[in-house]
Design a protein around this ligand. Sequence first.
Ligand SMILES: Nc1ncnc2c1ncn2[C@@H]1O[C@H](COP(=O)(O)OP(=O)(O)O)[C@@H](O)[C@H]1O
Ligand SMILES: [Mg+2]
Length: 289
Amino acid sequence: MTGKGGTGKTTLSCALGLAYAELGYKTLVISIDFAQNIDDVLGIKLQDKPREVTRNLFAMRIDIDKEIDVYMNEVSKRLSSTFPQWSAYNLDKYLTILKYMPGVEEHVIVSKLMNILEQCENFDIVVVDTPPTGVAARLLALPEAMRRWLERLVELRQEIVKLRQALHKLEHEDPILNTLRQDLEKYSKLSNLLKTSCKISIVTTLEKLPVLEALRILKVLKELGLRVHSIVLNKYSESSGRKVVLDMILREVPSDDVKIVKIPELEEEPQGIDKLSLLKPYVENLVRT
Ligand SMILES: Nc1ncnc2c1ncn2[C@@H]1O[C@H](COP(=O)(O)OP(=O)(O)O)[C@@H](O)[C@H]1O
Ligand SMILES: [Mg+2]
């Protein structure tokens, strides 16, 4: 589930998870949204490991800032052991800046997601509540970009290793090549998973800015070769002001390709399992196809 902030990604991810769980699928909802409100939506305190919410439904949330700190600590340790001069020159302090480098956040989230998916093979369904669209587009692009990049790095490294072995008449394994191959395998798996067994839904409300953002990400994902399963019109109503925006979506979105799912605005905020289950008849449209 992706979309602009405040459109209902977290709420609908939980409602969708609940719908799958009630159908008997063992389901995990993972929230990687910056606005950490999944606890309020489910009415339960969550951590960075799966916790059972109700029968068949488990949930967890990833604290992105914490994960970035963990990652930067690992990088620091690796650098200090490989290059002892790193700490001697007081270069550690640059790590605090490095964590704001473009790409770090996406890399950290994708690595964490890969680890979770590896450990969670016993779940039938995993619903991911993503950060808002801009970050999500880069997140979804990363596995394929990394796969292509690593493929090239493996080729280059293989040439180096071959030359070295010819020069030194050595046959032993190259640890760098091994690491690159392992990473390549991981990213290929994820890229493939995104293309073959993943349903991407873009959530929007019928307001101009969220809709424009939804249409933008639809285009980006298409360019990446990723199929969008559905556009979810949350807090839907037929009022005339919204008709203009609705017409814009219907004009721009190829209806034979992308499903359009309408979800009404409930009188009360859907928080807690009982209220979330009121959304079940609507999110079932996402489950069935
Ligand atoms: N269908 C709905 N009917 C009524 N309120 C909704 C609905 N969907 C979401 N909300 C409310 O809208 C707000 C934003 O939803 P949230 O799921 O946190 O959005 P996001 O994760 O996209 O930022 C929350 O207060 C939520 O309870
Ligand atoms: Mg959210």
